[in-house]
Design a protein around this ligand. Structure first.
Ligand SMILES: [Zn+2]
Length: 371
């Protein structure tokens, strides 16, 4: 990202836009106060820092979908991409990783081992599910797609953008702090035309709709974000300086780089040990994460639990030849119980417990204990 130049897009062409699938919004019961709900929404769909995300490119002849045209004709479209397309996606994963974030990415050659499964179905647009929502998608299905040639134009930016969604970043042009007033009918008409051919619902979901202010954590609008679409002239009424369009710079913006590190800072080398029956009282800010190493003294079932009025996600990993493998997790956010893991630990094996705090009633009234 050393050299960043203005996007070369001309004002007349309508770009290909990312078309995120619509997923149900999270709802809370009346016992969850707005302050608590807002703290949960900020961290919702973010990965526990330190997670290794495995990605897979579809590779079988049968991987694809049959599309039906308006004249009734049918055509099989493969999800399998050419090597040069995959290279662009790999490069984009490397760019995110090279920021020094605490997440890791690894390409795997079978879909069962992958949280992220990538297709290249042409004509199906570019999209990804948001953050950990990919875990809800069946192993035979795509969690991300690239529907046009990534080796041309700003294909690398498209890959960076979709991976941004997989890391839990929403669309920046839907940031309510942007204060964008759209010429809505022009936006609908522009997106209904090729190359996007979107329905009004798709345009509303991906452009017009403003995000919940909580998801952007009071952040200022960043029109250069990789998560921002370019828009040609005539679509934005306010702010006035964008009436001639908004053209984000190529690559990750400075704020993208800072923002991703607030969720996924570099991991510390040294971890405290979580010891039997020793309650670890924790002073954490919402969104912060704590990591413990566990060395079981015997092989048996252990319990690990949080104490205090808090919303937390707990994830247990086991060290397998230097690689941390997911073993068990629990997320009590928005609910009236404390996150709890019961799992059989093996003597002389090493485990790592990661806990991300969404919310606590009172600072310092929160602890973790194992027994
Ligand atoms: Zn997008």
């Amino acid at each position: 990202m050393a050299t960043r130049k203005k996007s070369s897009k001309t004002e007349s062409e309508v770009p290909h836009y990312c078309n995120m699938p619509e997923v149900p919004l999270r709802e809370f019961g009346s016992e969850v106060n707005p302050h608590r709900a807002s703290a949960i929404i900020i961290s919702d769909n973010k990965w526990v820092n330190g997670t290794k995300i495995h990605y897979y490119f579809f590779d079988q002849d049968t991987d694809g979908e049959t599309v039906t045209f308006s004249n009734g004709a049918q055509q099989f479209r493969t999800w399998v991409g050419e090597e040069d397309q995959k290279e662009v996606v790999r490069e984009a994963f490397d760019i995110w990783k090279d920021l020094g974030i605490g997440l890791e990415f690894e390409e795997v050659d079978n879909r069962e081992d992958a949280e992220v499964r990538i297709g290249f179905m042409q004509g199906d647009g570019a999209w990804s599910y948001l953050g950990t929502y990919v875990l809800e998608i069946g192993a035979g299905q795509r969690t991300m797609n690239f529907g046009w040639d990534l080796t041309r134009g700003d294909g690398l930016d498209t890959a960076l953008h979709e991976i941004g969604h997989t890391l839990g970043l929403p669309h920046e042009h839907q940031n309510p702090n942007a204060g964008i007033v759209w010429d809505e009918e022009k936006v609908y008409a522009s997106l209904a035309a090729p190359p996007n051919n979107w329905s009004r619902e798709q345009t509303f979901h991906n452009i017009i709709r403003k995000l919940d202010p909580n998801t952007v954590q009071g952040s200022d609008w960043d029109p250069d974000s990789i998560m921002h679409y370019p828009f040609g002239p005539g679509l934005i009424l306010q702010p006035e300086e964008y009436r001639n369009g908004v053209f984000p710079e190529e690559g990750l913006s400075d704020r993208d780089m800072q923002w991703i590190k607030t969720f996924y800072p570099p991991l510390e080398e040294e971890m405290d040990e979580l010891k039997m029956l020793k309650s670890e009282r924790l002073f954490m800010q919402p969104g912060e994460q704590v990591n413990f190493v566990i060395h079981p003294k015997s092989t048996r079932y252990y319990n690990i639990r949080t104490f205090g009025n808090s919303d937390t996600v707990l994830v247990l990993f086991e060290d397998e030849d230097g690689e941390l493998r997911y073993r068990k997790g629990d997320d009590d956010s928005g609910q009236d119980y404390n996150a709890h893991i019961r799992f059989k630990l093996i003597k002389n094996h090493e485990y790592v417990l990661r806990a991300r705090l969404y919310y606590q009633d009172m600072m310092g009234q929160f602890a973790i204990m194992m027994w």
